[in-house]
Design a protein around this ligand. Structure first.
Ligand code: GLA
Length: 413
């Protein structure tokens, strides 16, 4: 199994720099690196306005940029070995949509961010040469698209700020919260995915060695240290699922319907499932009906589990934290119905292994990855158990590796 240290040396930042130099014939003006994430607890809570507990990982996406004299964006992906060239304001199909969407969202002239920063202020957006490399696997539930959008917003923001240095008033670099907000706009408004903001805030604001407590309603982020004696394993089922496939949007719509029904049933306004307790969902289960009662039960009980997980983490109580993670998984599999046979086999293999505190699926669902919290001495046996069980039950071999809690967005010259 790959350890985190071996991978760090082969991360995508040096590759993207070298590829940029070969391709453009000059050094990039800036390189940004942004991580993927695992979600310890708080599945499908972000778009319901709740609190989540994710952590950035040491798998990252690197984006190198340089200015162009025209208003074209020329983007090269090392993973796809493809180049897409189009005017700045357009959003082509496929992987390039995330890069174009991120630049377009950053260049919007008249939009403020929630913390009052003006992304488009002070500089006319220039055309860009962009090279992208990543070791966040695609469709694995580890938030590769957020990492790409966050790195792109971060790097273009750095470049345009530098170019504005000589203009009156200049331009300030965006805060990590604003970078996340613009990256989220790129995905929701330009690419067209109805996702929450957890992934973008984690990728932009992460801090090495820390999980993040994110309030997705007021978008505040605080970090909680991960204990040194905890290891994190990622088991990627290799069953890819794209958020754009439609099932995710169906869950978002079901939650909206549950909110509408609870708003009628309760004698106070309900704006999101954040405003409702598990007891209230139970009391109005008939009125909510199927599947809305089950969906609302997952979201409201998951919010309680996040509180429990945060206090377990603060107390460095890994047994309690792991227990909450496994409970969260059961709720996702039953009430939220977003699991699949491969994920179930991996979770069963992991949780039956000594030294594993808990395991749960991450990301949108229907495939992707599972994260397990384990004793550092148990990673080999746990990985083997996950692989064997999944192979035996489904014929699929998951890719299992240890991950370290990495840093959030960083921009290098
Ligand atoms: C995907 C979305 C996130 C979040 C998770 C489920 O990763 O991008 O916004 O909703 O699914 O927790």
């Amino acid at each position: 199994m790959d350890g985190p240290d071996e991978r760090a040396e082969t991360g995508p930042a040096p590759r993207v720099r070298e590829a940029y130099e070969d391709w453009v014939g000059a050094s990039p003006d800036a390189v940004a690196v942004a991580p993927g994430r695992v979600n310890l607890v708080g599945g499908h809570v972000d778009y319901n306005g709740g609190v989540v507990l994710p952590a950035p990982i040491d798998r990252t996406t690197a984006v190198a940029v340089g200015a162009r004299p025209d208003s074209q964006l020329r983007v090269r992906s090392l993973a796809f070995d493809e180049t897409v060239t189009a005017p700045l304001a357009s959003v082509p199909d496929g992987w390039a949509a995330y890069v174009f969407g991120a630049v377009a969202a950053l260049a919007e002239p008249d939009r403020d961010t929630e913390d009052g920063e003006r992304p488009g202020a002070g500089v006319a957006p220039s055309g860009l040469e962009v090279v992208v490399a990543s070791d966040v696997p695609l469709g694995a539930g580890l938030s590769s698209s957020a990492a790409l959008c966050v790195a792109t917003v971060g790097v273009a923001d750095a470049l345009w700020t530098r170019r504005a240095a000589d203009t009156p008033g200049g331009r300030r670099r965006l805060s990590c919260e604003s970078v996340a907000e613009i990256a989220w706009r790129a995905e929701t408004e330009f690419v067209g995915t109805d996702c929450g903001i957890m992934d973008q805030l984690t990728s932009a604001c992460g801090q090495a060695g820390h999980a993040l407590r994110i309030d997705c309603r007021d978008r505040t982020v605080s970090s909680v240290p991960m204990p040194d004696d905890a290891a994190l394993l990622v088991a990627d089922t290799t069953v890819a699922h794209e958020l754009r496939d439609g099932d995710y949007d169906e869950r978002v719509a079901e939650c909206r319907e549950a909110v509408a029904r609870l708003d009628e049933a309760l004698d106070r306004p309900v704006e999101s499932l954040r405003d409702v307790s598990p007891d209230e969902v139970a009391a109005h289960a008939d009125r909510l009906g199927d599947p809305y009662a089950a969906r609302a039960r997952h979201v409201t009980t998951e919010s309680d589990r996040v509180d429990e997980a945060v206090s377990a983490l603060e107390a460095a109580d890994l047994t309690r934290l792991g227990g909450v993670m496994t409970e969260a998984h059961r709720s996702l599999a039953t009430d939220y119905a977003v699991s699949c046979a491969e994920v179930e086999a991996v979770v069963a293999g992991l949780t039956a292994t000594d030294g594993v505190y808990g395991a749960r699926m991450v990301g949108g669902g229907w495939g992707g990855s599972v994260v397990a919290l384990t004793d550092p001495d148990a990673t080999e046996t746990a990985g083997r158990a996950a692989r064997e069980r999944c192979e035996r039950e489904t014929g699929v071999t998951p890719d299992v590796y240890e991950t370290r809690v990495g840093d959030g967005l960083r921009v290098e010259r």
